[in-house]
Design a protein around this ligand. Structure first.
Ligand code: PMV
Length: 336
């Protein structure tokens, strides 16, 4: 240990990719095959406490109030091993992590979970990392976690180096910028079931078997450029158009895998059609969807309630949620 800090608590918000990440160029270092661009969401956060303790014989994890073992614990231990190696410590840790949103909210929690774990564990281990280093570390837990360290719109750069030194997340606007513009993300939950294919497995299978994988990769850089231009111009229609096509291209590549990886339910397609109908009726709304069946619609503050009401009326939509741009990950308690 470089100093006495053994305990820290951090919070991080989840994010939703507008230009998607799908595919890895290096599985061990978890380097993405494409860059991605996201919006961090307000009100949907993971709070994680990490306490390194000489009395512990192994790492222990509590997840949403329940002791966790198996894959969740081994993913946390693998991640903490990176932190321990970097800090030159061997201490085991007690990790207590909870989401302030139900897992059934239909939003991925790995992004906020590994962002909060990266921040809390490095602080508790006495490390001081800059934003770029922290995002590279969070990426080892989950690609999307690298983006949750920042608020507002965030770009995770693909990079080209084998060691990943040029693969890091960078804020485009902090949440103040995205909020000043008034963007909103409406989530329509279509199922309370667990998703069928984990993103890592779906990506690997798509890369290995889909004849459309190369075409999907080729769409990424032009879409990132168009999204960045749209954000700079505060052009919601341009951003929404890229958002929708990036999502559908990603899913098309997965659906063409052999056998197919299909995340959509009937309600997902109905939600997509409802969003198209909203646009025909003059409402600004654009569809996106991750490695699960839930419908997400990009819109603005003036229309978010109307978009949510129309999505709530779609058969099989269970509930809706309106999210404003969220803030960056932060330390909320710490010894340091
Ligand atoms: O961060 P992961 O490994 O859970 O992958 C995220 C994949 C998508 O949510 C589908 C896209 C994205 O960029 O977040």
């Amino acid at each position: 240990m470089t100093r006495a800090a053994h305990r820290a608590v951090a919070e991080a918000n989840t994010n939703i990719a507008l230009v998607k990440y799908w595919g890895k160029r290096d599985a061990r270092l978890n380097l993405p095959a494409v860059g991605s661009l996201s919006l961090t969401l307000d009100g949907l956060a993971t709070r994680t406490e990490v306490r390194f303790d000489a009395a512990l014989g192994s790492d222990a994890l509590s997840l949403n109030g329940q002791p966790a073992s198996g894959t969740p614990l081994s993913r946390v231990t693998q991640f903490l091993d990176l932190v321990r190696a970097r800090a030159g410590i061997a201490l085991k840790a007690q990790v207590v992590s909870a989401n302030n949103f139900p897992t059934a909210a239909g939003l991925a929690s790995s992004a906020s979970a590994f962002a909060a774990l990266a921040l809390a564990s490095t602080r508790a281990a006495g490390l001081t990392l800059d934003g770029r280093e922290l995002s590279q570390l969070a990426r080892r837990g989950s690609g999307s976690a690298a983006r949750s360290l920042y608020g507002g719109f965030v770009h995770l750069h693909r990079g080209t180096r084998d060691d990943g030194a040029d693969c890091y997340a960078e804020p485009i606007t902090e949440n103040g910028g995205a909020e000043a513009w008034g963007v909103r993300l409406v989530v329509a939950v279509t199922s309370d079931g667990q998703k069928e294919t984990l993103s890592t497995d779906g990506m690997r299978h798509t890369a290995e078997t889909s004849p459309y994988y190369a075409e999907w990769l080729a769409t990424s850089e032009p879409d990132l450029k168009a999204a960045r231009q749209a954000i700079a111009a505060r052009d919601l229609e341009a951003l929404g158009t890229v958002t929708e096509r990036s999502c559908l291209s990603m899913h098309a590549s997965a659906m063409a895998a052999r056998p197919a990886v299909v995340y959509f339910l009937g309600a997902t397609i109905d939600g997509y059609r409802a969003v198209q109908a909203m646009r025909r009726a003059g409402l600004p709304a654009w569809f996106t969807c991750d490695a699960g069946p839930h419908v997400k619609a990009l819109t603005d503050a003036a229309h978010a309630d109307e978009v949510a009401a129309r999505l709530a009326a779609v058969p099989c939509v269970l509930r809706t949620l309106v999210c404003a741009p969220g803030q960056a990950a932060r330390i909320v308690e710490g010894d340091a």
